[in-house]
Design a protein around this ligand. Structure first.
Ligand SMILES: [Zn+2]
Length: 419
């Protein structure tokens, strides 16, 4: 059994419990192989652990069917073990145990990839030696794509390192598979593969069913993990307006994510943002502020300053500071978003205009009427062009401009606008 597949989870926190837990999960997987060897009377040795992987040495079974059954027993027993971790974690309220269960399922799933020397390679080879070639290629591409899609939106240094580890693993396994095929390292007699159609069909069904069951079990584990359950409950309470009851649940969901995924993971950051929004809604501005600042700071580093997520974080912090009366800092933040929006979306874009309008209001609020006027005129022009002169949103902007002109003492200009 090979371990680094667990990295797919993307968030193994540096908790020593994980080391112990994963080693025990690997041992359970190997126990499956040993039991199957016993069942078929194949002599085997105790498992050898080597860093991120482990294997057992056993005699060559008499045919490919027995070899496949011995191979299948590892992931099947291993998954049952992982599932029991998740179950115990669920009832004991231990998020780490639950996450270990999920990680164990991913590990065992990875071992079913049809690439020798993984277990899946032995199973598929028994069904059809030719099939291994196609499957090996396809699964290399698939795992590579999965790894890339999992990380491209979240490219902190650590995750980049994990990504390269995974790609290296896939390329490495693919090369071993190719080498085995080309060099025919294991020359086995033809009769080794003559195991009959019924057995092949049975193996194929068991292989596909095992994969499907693992994916379903993994989905169930994620769905019912403590962070997800608490978060869902919190959302429900928030919808009912019970903000004070929702808060501790959001906090506990966040705490789990920090522990399981780490403080900089995008899944964790999402919860920080959501908690910030709740606190803002509760009027706890001082508590919300450090959360928004944290999301922004990590976002700038992880996603970059022009990323959509980062721009939204800037907007959130700006709004909060405005509400707190920290107008000057808010102005700076909105100018920053506006500058990017203008450059990326263009000066006339709808979204750009929203920021022009916010900045205009912010300047008006500070009494910087002369600076606000061109911005509010620009918004009004955009509204007239897009929505038409009679639209109610346009009319609101007309009256905003009117009030501004009045404050500037430009009564003649203001009068036709506010009537
Ligand atoms: Zn194995």
């Amino acid at each position: 059994m090979w371990g680094p597949g667990a990295l797919l989870q993307g968030g193994l926190a540096f908790n020593p419990l994980y080391g112990v837990g994963i080693t025990s999960l690997i041992a359970i997987h190997e126990a499956g192989h040993v039991l199957a060897c016993k069942f078929y009377g194949i002599s085997s040795e105790a498992p050898v652990f080597g860093g991120a992987f482990a294997y057992i040495k056993h005699d060559v079974p008499v045919d490919a069917y027995k070899a496949a059954m011995v191979a299948l027993a590892g992931p099947v027993v291993g998954s049952l073990g992982a599932l029991s971790y998740a179950g115990v974690g669920y009832y004991m309220d231990s998020p780490i145990l639950m996450d270990l269960g999920g990680t164990g399922l991913v590990l065992n799933f990875m071992n079913l990839l049809p690439i020798r020397p993984l277990d899946g390679g032995s199973i598929v080879r028994a069904i059809s030696p030719a099939l291994t070639v196609g499957f090996a290629g396809a699964s290399c591409v698939g795992v590579g794509a999965l790894a890339v899609s999992g990380y491209t939106s979240d490219v902190s240094l650590l995750n980049t390192a994990l990504l390269y580890t995974e790609i290296g693993l896939v390329v490495g396994l693919g090369s071993i598979a190719a080498y085995n095929i080309i060099k025919k390292t294991e020359v086995l007699p033809n009769k080794y593969f003559r195991i009959g159609f019924k057995r092949k069909a049975g193996l194929f069904a068991a292989y596909v069913a095992s994969i499907a069951a693992m994916i379903a079990a993994f989905g169930f584990c994620r769905e019912n993990s403590k962070d997800n359950l608490d978060f869902k409950q919190a959302e429900k309470l928030k919808e009912q307006g019970k903000l004070d009851e929702a808060e501790p649940l959001y906090r506990s969901a966040l705490e789990v994510r920090e522990r399981v995924f780490g403080v900089e993971h995008k899944k964790t950051l999402l919860y920080v943002s959501v908690l910030g929004l709740l606190l803002e809604e509760q009027g706890k501005m001082e508590e919300a502020e450090p959360l928004y600042r944290r999301v922004l700071e990590v976002g700038e580093r992880v996603f970059g300053v022009e990323h959509e997520n980062t721009l939204n974080s800037v907007g959130n912090l700006g709004r909060l500071l405005w509400k707190q009366g920290k107008i000057e800092e808010a102005e700076k933040l909105y100018r920053r978003v506006l500058e990017v929006r203008e450059r990326v979306l263009g000066v006339e874009h709808e979204v750009t205009l929203i920021y022009v309008s916010i900045l205009g209001l912010l300047l008006k609020k500070q009494g910087k009427f002369d600076e606000a006027e061109p911005l509010i005129r620009r918004v009004l022009e955009g509204r007239e062009r897009v929505l038409g002169v009679e639209h109610e949103v346009t009319l609101i902007d007309v009256s905003i401009l009117g009030l501004l002109l009045k404050k500037q003492g430009k009564f003649d200009e203001a009068e036709p606008l506010i009537g």
